[in-house]
Design a protein. Sequence first.
Length: 92
Amino acid sequence: MTDTVSRAGAESDAAFMTLTMAKVYAGQGKWSQVLAICHHLLRQDPGDGQAAALLELAEGKIAATGVDRLVPLMGRWASLSWRLKLLRVLGR
């Protein structure tokens, strides 16, 4: 039962990683969340022009705040943490 619940949790997390959710986060100024979602979407579909444009916007907004060195690291960290969570779920 724990495996089923854990897998359902991971699937529901992935279900929220949509362009619509990225736009909601962008409207709230939560640019690191926008980065994570856009990276996820672009891994799924590298040709997604809307996700690429939103990613570029998020990177620009973060760069404007003076943390431009962290943008690639934050995106990578978000991607790896999501993968780790998924691996933990699948490993059970």
